[in-house]
Design a protein around this ligand. Structure first.
Ligand SMILES: CC(C)(COP(=O)([O-])OP(=O)([O-])OC[C@H]1O[C@@H](n2cnc3c(N)ncnc32)[C@H](O)[C@@H]1OP(=O)([O-])[O-])[C@@H](O)C(=O)NCCC(=O)NCCSC(=O)C[C@@](C)(O)CC(=O)[O-]
Length: 299
């Protein structure tokens, strides 16, 4: 399969990147981050998460974020909605796209959303129906596609089964999450091959965390198979509250630098993106985990 000519980058920094921060981050900082990402040319930003504030306190200002952001033409601002309760509030806030999130690991599913995989699919079905009737598209996530913090190895067949269920339910795209970043390139390829037996490759996205420094290599491996949607987080911010020790997503700056070098279009202004990464990490007092961001800042 040839490499895609262009990719769509899904910036998850404001959600995945910030959801695990121990100290509250003021809403205006989140809004400025979202605005700067849009100004850098990112066309898809996951802005908030309509989850229980008891479970993820850092996302408790979902209403303020979703209604406070300045919408740029051509940019999609999405949010996570694990159930109907979250979806109804998201719709009130004018969300135009949402995501449900399941897992390929039973234990992770219980820890993350307090139900089994089968129960989660039962919960998602009415979310998809309601979203459809409201004209809102739904993306599906599958966590632990290359390993689970509780169960270790996860069979590609299990990833394929959950992905297929989400796709058949009506998710227009399924994002494959290496939640704890333990994957390696050939493993990523094999997992993708299993999933792609049931779902067209152009309906799949790669969502790789960089805990073991493998994310870019894993991405390269799945781009080679034709994946053309990449989730990433500015400055490599992030981690999952229910995956201890997991670090952030692959850094958006590093992805764009690699794509530029391969002649793959993303429409993103790397300098502006790197400035944003440096700004947010300085603002919230975090190290910048983008090697490209650090290198450009040192020039
Ligand atoms: C799913 C639930 C809500 C089930 O939580 P539950 O406790 O089983 O649900 P419940 O229906 O029994 O409700 C319990 C309480 O939560 C409230 N509640 C219920 N739903 C909502 C809602 N939507 N928004 C706001 N509040 C809500 C509800 O009103 C009630 O409030 P109380 O009566 O106790 O005051 C909970 O487990 C939860 O919020 N989990 C969040 C998990 C999460 O956000 N994890 C991080 C995101 S996933 C991720 O990062 C992975 C990903 C996507 O990036 C891909 C990858 O890298 O692998």
């Amino acid at each position: 399969m040839p490499f895609p000519k262009s990719i769509r980058l899904v910036e998850v920094g404001p959600r995945d990147g910030l959801q695990n921060e121990p100290e509250p981050i003021d809403t205006p900082i989140k809004l400025e981050l979202i605005d700067r990402l849009g100004a850098a040319g990112i066309r898809y930003i996951e802005a908030a998460s309509f989850v229980s504030p008891k479970w993820v306190p850092q996302m408790a200002d979902y209403r303020e974020v979703m209604t406070g952001l300045t919408r740029r033409k051509g940019v999609t601002y999405s949010a996570l909605t694990p159930n109907l309760e979250g979806l109804e509030v998201a719709l009130e806030c004018g969300v135009e796209e949402v995501a449900v999130f399941g897992a390929a690991s039973e234990t992770f599913s219980q820890k993350n959303i307090n139900c089994s995989i089968a129960e989660s699919l039962d919960r998602f079905a009415p979310v998809l129906e309601r979203a459809k009737s409201a004209g809102v598209r739904v993306r599906g996530y599958v966590s632990c596609v290359l390993g689970c913090p509780y169960e270790g190895e996860i069979a590609p067949a299990k990833v394929a089964e959950v992905s297929k269920a989400l796709y058949e339910m009506g998710c227009y795209e399924v994002s494959l999450g290496d939640t704890i970043g333990t994957g390696t390139p050939l493993k990523a390829k094999h997992m993708l091959e299993a999933v792609a037996k049931d779902i067209p490759i152009d309906k799949l996205a790669a969502h790789f965390h960089d805990t073991y420094g493998q994310a870019l290599a894993n991405l390269y491996a799945v781009l080679e198979e034709g994946v053309a949607v990449v989730d990433s987080s500015v400055a490599g911010l992030g981690g999952c509250p229910y995956a201890k020790g997991a670090s952030g997503n692959v850094a958006s700056e590093d992805v764009v630098y690699m794509l530029n070098g391969m002649g793959i279009e993303s429409g993103i202004d790397l300098d502006k993106l790197a400035e944003t990464g440096n700004w947010i990490t300085q603002t919230i007092g975090r190290p910048n985990r983008s090697k490209v961001g650090v290198a450009l800042a040192a020039k």
